[in-house]
Design a protein around this ligand. Structure first.
Ligand SMILES: *[C@@H]1O[C@H](CO)[C@@H](O)[C@H](O)[C@H]1NC(C)=O
Ligand SMILES: *[C@@H]1O[C@H](CO)[C@@H](O)[C@H](O)[C@H]1NC(C)=O
Ligand SMILES: *[C@@H]1O[C@H](CO)[C@@H](O)[C@H](O)[C@H]1NC(C)=O
Ligand SMILES: *[C@@H]1O[C@H](CO)[C@@H](O)[C@H](O)[C@H]1NC(C)=O
Ligand SMILES: *[C@@H]1O[C@H](CO)[C@@H](O)[C@H](O)[C@H]1NC(C)=O
Ligand SMILES: *[C@@H]1O[C@H](CO)[C@@H](O)[C@H](O)[C@H]1NC(C)=O
Ligand SMILES: *[C@@H]1O[C@H](CO)[C@@H](O)[C@H](O)[C@H]1NC(C)=O
Ligand SMILES: *[C@@H]1O[C@H](CO)[C@@H](O)[C@H](O)[C@H]1NC(C)=O
Ligand SMILES: *[C@@H]1O[C@H](CO)[C@@H](O)[C@H](O)[C@H]1NC(C)=O
Ligand SMILES: *[C@@H]1O[C@H](CO)[C@@H](O)[C@H](O)[C@H]1NC(C)=O
Ligand SMILES: *[C@@H]1O[C@H](CO)[C@@H](O)[C@H](O)[C@H]1NC(C)=O
Ligand SMILES: *[C@@H]1O[C@H](CO)[C@@H](O)[C@H](O)[C@H]1NC(C)=O
Length: 456
């Protein structure tokens, strides 16, 4: 049950499934149910700079050190197993790390790496390979903090129970790069691969990741997320959480989400612009019956879907909303939570992709939907609440099959006869006054399937 399952669609009707193991097959999350039930309390004192007196069982603060075939552990609250700092360089090979001990201050754990099994700080570097990092009670596996801190983690096994136990975690401009990682986290707010405020850059390749807790995504973007060849599942989170104007790029990834949306991208205070999301040769599956493939609130974002799939049971591909995600991470927040909320503006370019489902915008939100390079879309666009506006553009090699009456502002099509829009008998209303609809001269154009494009 805990394994990740990848489905291969074979020609004809056969459907085969491959089961891929993740660390929860080795250590059952049910053995650590108490850790995983802990709800993080962020109502703790905040310190504004990383202190130098971070507690650890082993300190590496001088020059270059290589350690192989060894074991390290600690059982103490707010205490790391290993701290690398002051520009030191540490290589760990074939090392087993086991950590117990709680975080009494989750802000210090989040922003400075207190209690992380391995905390690499202050322009230090580390290379961790062929290692097993197992943590309980709520601790990150590997934390990278500070400008010029770079941590590589290869061929390693990361397991955690308890809250705020991200697998690879970077903050304070730190960078972390994972290859051939197997990750599992069972606790709340424990994303597999996570940046944190103000920024951490996370790169991950050829890996398997499974997170189970509420608030736990595969990727939490605060800074750059770049992923290639990653198979992942977030049982109670989206594939990507993003807060603010960050970038997330998924190439050759197959990712499944169980809560909120295939992605849940927002600004947590004032609306930011400049975020980007790129999926290439990738697939996102949103499991819940009401979950959209892509969810956006209180943000302005450019999205590229290239040779990619969005699989939903809700039938909703994209939501743009006057909303955000709160620190509870389990509902779409309203004006009551943040009086600065503004409508989402989502600019999606679809290339070489075949997508089925609807575009839904709430309370003055906006979706621009551009189909290019032999893309196909089957669906409609509508307001979820109040006003909504949609622009649709097609190139001549792309198609749109309407599933209901739809109203758009700008309608552009390099096929000037609109022969690539299949109406199924429905009406496509367009705003003849909208700048990019003026080429239609306010005319009514017959569409195949019996319907027509009609000026508002
Ligand atoms: C990192 O450097 C900063 C600035 O010098 C300092 O405040 C902080 O305590 C250092 N962190 C560690 C873990 O040594
Ligand atoms: C680092 O090296 C200096 C100088 O050799 C030494 O005094 C100090 O104890 C070392 N620190 C650690 C943490 O090993
Ligand atoms: C460690 O934290 C746990 C959970 O908050 C607490 O019950 C325990 O008393 C703490 N241990 C110490 C030595 O402070
Ligand atoms: C990693 O270490 C944990 C704790 O010792 C152990 O239970 C687990 O089996 C190890 N994983 C692998 C793949 O050996
Ligand atoms: C992160 O980068 C910003 C901008 O360069 C800088 O102001 C800040 O001090 C850096 N933070 C750390 C912890 O290195
Ligand atoms: C996102 O990408 C753009 C363009 O490459 C870059 O200018 C920007 O700094 C990136 N933002 C982040 C948060 O990485
Ligand atoms: C849209 O946002 C409102 C709050 O502004 C919220 O109540 C509603 O659940 C959201 N719906 C979706 C699908 O995002
Ligand atoms: C898109 O997918 C649908 C449903 O699987 C299929 O019927 C249709 O032929 C596909 N269109 C293109 C252009 O591949
Ligand atoms: C819709 O947006 C307006 C501000 O333009 C806001 O006052 C109102 O609360 C929003 N409605 C809902 C249901 O969120
Ligand atoms: C049509 O577009 C014009 C020009 O942008 C705008 O002023 C008008 O409100 C739009 N009409 C409708 C019904 O959306
Ligand atoms: C149509 O597209 C133009 C150009 O991108 C944009 O300025 C305008 O706001 C869009 N909507 C309407 C209703 O004109
Ligand atoms: C709109 O009018 C122009 C000028 O009369 C004409 O060239 C063009 O073909 C018309 N467009 C459509 C879609 O009818």
């Amino acid at each position: 049950m805990s394994s990740l399952v990848a489905f291969l669609a074979l020609p004809a009707v056969a459907l085969a499934s491959l089961t891929v193991a993740d660390p929860s097959d080795v250590i059952s999350p049910s053995d650590w149910a108490a850790d995983n039930a802990i709800v993080p309390d962020y109502n703790t004192p905040f310190i504004s700079v990383q202190p130098s007196d971070i507690l650890a069982a082993y300190y590496f603060e001088n020059g270059t050190t290589t350690v192989g075939h060894n074991s390290f552990s600690v059982d103490a609250n707010d205490t790391s197993v290993i701290l690398v700092a002051d520009g030191a360089d540490l290589s760990l090979k074939y090392v087993d790390i086991v950590k117990y001990g709680y975080s009494s201050n989750l802000l210090q754990a989040s922003f400075y790496g207190f209690n992380a099994a391995i905390n690499v700080a202050n322009a230090s570097t580390a290379q961790i390979s062929n290692s097993n990092i197992t943590v309980h009670n709520g601790a990150a596996n590997v934390y990278s903090y500070g400008t010029d801190t770079v941590v590589h983690v290869d061929n390693s096994w990361l397991y955690s129970s308890g809250p705020v136990s991200h697998g690879l975690y970077a903050s304070g401009n730190g960078t972390i790069i994972g290859r051939n990682i197997q990750h599992y986290s069972g606790g709340h707010r424990s994303s597999s691969f996570s940046g944190d405020s103000p920024k951490g850059d996370v790169f991950v390749y050829d890996s398997v990741a499974h997170s189970s807790g509420i608030g736990s995504a595969t990727y939490y973007a605060l800074g750059t997320i770049y992923a290639e060849n990653v198979l992942s599942q977030s049982d109670n989170g989206p594939v990507v959480f993003m807060d603010g104007d960050q970038n997330a790029t998924l190439i050759n990834c197959d990712a499944t989400a169980g809560l909120l949306g295939g992605v849940a991208i927002f600004s947590s205070s004032v609306r930011m612009s400049g975020a980007t999301l790129t999926l290439k040769n990738s697939k996102i599956t949103a499991l819940g019956s009401t979950m959209p493939g892509l969810w956006f609130g209180n943000t302005i974002i450019d999205v590229t879907l290239d040779s990619s799939e969005l699989i939903t049971s809700s039938g909703v591909l994209v939501v743009a909303n006057y909303s955000q995600i709160t620190q509870d991470f389990d509902y779409y927040a309203s004006y009551a939570d943040n009086s600065a909320l503004q409508p989402a503006e989502v600019f999606v370019t679809v290339k070489s992709s075949n997508l089925t489902g609807d575009l839904v915008a709430y309370n003055s939100s906006y979706i621009s939907w551009s189909l290019q390079d032999y893309s196909a879309w089957t669906g409609k666009a509508y307001a979820g609440f109040g006003d909504a506006s949609f622009d649709v553009a097609l190139d001549r090699h792309s198609t749109w099959t309407l599933t209901d009456t739809t109203t758009v502002q700008n309608l552009t099509d390099t096929d000037s006869t609109l022969s690539n829009i299949y109406s199924n008998g429905h009406t496509l209303y367009y705003n003849a006054s909208a700048v990019l609809s003026q080429w239609l001269n306010g005319s009514t154009v017959a569409l195949s399937g019996g319907g027509s494009a009609v000026p508002l």
